[in-house]
Every structure is written in C-alpha cells, then in structure tokens.
Design a protein around this ligand. Structure first.
Ligand code: SIN
Length: 311
C-alpha cells in the first residue's frame, strides 16, 4: 500500500517529552547514522525520528575486523564505538536539522564531565533531544561500565540535565540483574525518558579456528532473538517508574512494535530491522500498525501504551 493511502488510515502520531512524532518508528543509534545524508534517507523512508551515531569527545576507529557476525537469531556486533568525534560531526548533524523530523543526538563519554561537554555541543548543533549511551556492552571504559552502576547513572543524568534544555533520554543495558532499578536512578535524576534495550552481551565461536569470531571476542546481540528480553525489560521499567519509554530490540514488523507499545513503550526504535528488511521497514511497520489499529478499533497509539501491564 502506498504511504499516501496509509496516511488516510488511523492516526499513529505519538508524543514524548520534547518530541512530537508523526509515527512511532525511530532509527536506532549506530545504523545509517554516519552522515547527515544517510539520516535524511531514513527520514524520507518514513521514520518518525532518527538517532545519530553515538558520538564521543575524540575521533575513534573502534575495534578491528571482524566487528559483526550474523547468527541464527540475531546479529552480534562489536564496532567499538567508532565515530568522528564531536567537533567533526557538527556539519553532519546540522545538515539534517530543520528537515521534517526530530533528530536525537546520541552521545557516550567516560564520565559525567565528558557527557556534559558532549550534551552541550549536541544541543548547540540543534538536536531535539539527547540519548545518553550508558549501555554499550563491549567498549572498555564507556557504556556498560557506567550504566550498570545506578549511582553513576544518577550522577551523569543529573549533570547533563543541569547543562541542557533539550529532553534527555537514557539508553539502558539489559545486562543487569534489575533494569528497573537503573531506570529509577534516571527518574530520580529527572531524566525525561528511557530507551531500552541496548544489545545483550554475546559471543560466537569459529570452530575450525577454535577462536571467537569477533576481534573483540565479545559483542552485543541484537535482532529477533532479543525481542522477548526487550519486552520484559520495558514491562519491568514501566511497573516501577512513570518515565516514558522508547522500546528497542528485535522489531521487524508492526506486530513487534505493538507488543512493545502494549508493554509500555510510547515509541520504538528500529536498528537490526534495517539490516534484515531494508530501509523500507519504517513505512511497512507504520502501515502494519495502522492495519492492526483499524482492525481492533484503536484510535490512538496512546490508548495502547502499557495496556498489557497487569492491574
Ligand atoms: C558499538 O559501537 O560497538 C555499539 C554501540 C553500542 O552498543 O551502544
């Protein structure tokens, strides 16, 4: 069905603090986010918003090859947060600000001070919101080492919130014993929302070589196999906090997105889905959401958010 026909169906617009989305699909960080032009292509393909690549203070090459392996139920990556550094990313971000959808700036740092510098710069570039990457499972000194510690999450979120006006979302790791507890730290620091989940710490072995396939040995699993874990995490976070949540992990279809919405997500991010289905996944998922809502007489996304929560 062409997008123009889709537009005549039920309204799938959704809102989150500081973000008005024409539909609930968002490009996840790290996929097609290298340049302003690639982000713009995703916008044209129908996404409701895009998240930039995770950007740090200095340029980083990331881990050596291989950085990526496809397994039976998903993809394991250990890119190692390659990025051009905040100063060199300015033009890429600025080139897509003012196009028709919100741009969310993803940042990672080694401590609260680095996050503060990055947040202030990204805000100057004109992003609509920030996503703090506190959850990369395999880049030493960054991500999970901070995001698994609720005191650090509280500190970093508080410092960034004190430094910028745009809404601050925190991307959490599923590789913790209690994700809701970490989400509560974001809420205590007056963060604006949660993005969950980042990838699950994982490995693949080349049995002929008797070695791990990835150069970094350990990477993060994404794709269809992690959807049930993502849903459980959203469900637990929504049971313990009032924060709006953006769901991510293994979304390949409209039904997958609806599962996340019913678990409590107000919007969803798509990452590996682009690898499996191509850039057309955004309009396809929107069309399937609309068809589901039509068939079940839902009028708004909001009506469905969290309805699978008990009690
Ligand atoms: C990577 O660059 O290795 C992935 C980033 C992430 O998992 O947050």
């Amino acid at each position: 069905m062409p997008i123009s026909d889709c537009d005549k169906m039920v309204d799938i617009a959704t809102t989150l603090p500081g973000l008005k989305l024409k539909n609930p699909t968002i490009l996840a960080a790290g996929i097609l986010g290298e340049t302003g032009a690639s982000l713009e292509n995703v916008a044209k393909a129908g996404a409701g918003a895009v998240v930039t690549k995770s950007i740090g203070i200095e340029p980083r090459e990331g881990h050596g090859n291989p950085t990526f392996v496809e397994t039976e139920h998903g993809i394991i990556n250990a890119m190692g947060l390659p990025n051009p550094g905040i100063d060199n990313y300015k033009d890429e971000v600025e080139s897509i600000i003012g196009t028709n959808i919100p741009v969310i700036g993803s940042i990672f740092g080694a401590d609260a001070q680095e996050f503060e510098i990055l947040a202030v710069e990204m805000e100057k570039f004109g992003v609509s919101a920030l996503e703090l990457n506190l959850s990369c499972p395999h880049a030493k000194g960054y991500g999970a080492i901070l995001g698994h510690d609720k005191e650090k999450v509280l500190e970093i979120t508080k410092v960034v919130k004190g430094a910028v006006k745009v809404p601050v979302y925190v991307k959490l790791s599923p590789n913790v014993s209690n994700i809701a507890e970490i989400a509560c730290a974001v809420e205590d620091a007056e963060g604006d929302g949660i993005v969950a989940i980042n990838t699950i710490s994982a490995m693949a072995i080349d049995i002929d070589m008797a070695l791990p396939i990835l150069s970094n040995a350990i990477g993060g699993l994404s794709g269809p196999g992690i959807k049930p874990i993502g849903l459980r995490c959203i469900y637990e976070i929504k049971a313990e906090t009032e924060l709006p949540v953006i769901g991510v992990g293994g979304i390949l279809s409209g039904n997958d997105a609806i599962e996340y919405i019913m678990a409590g997500a107000s919007a969803v991010q798509i990452g590996s889905g682009v690898y499996y289905k191509g850039i057309g996944i955004f309009s396809k998922v929107c069309q399937q959401i609309q068809e589901f809502m039509d068939a079940h007489s839902y009028k708004t996304i909001k009506e469905m958010v969290g309805i699978a929560q008990k009690g």
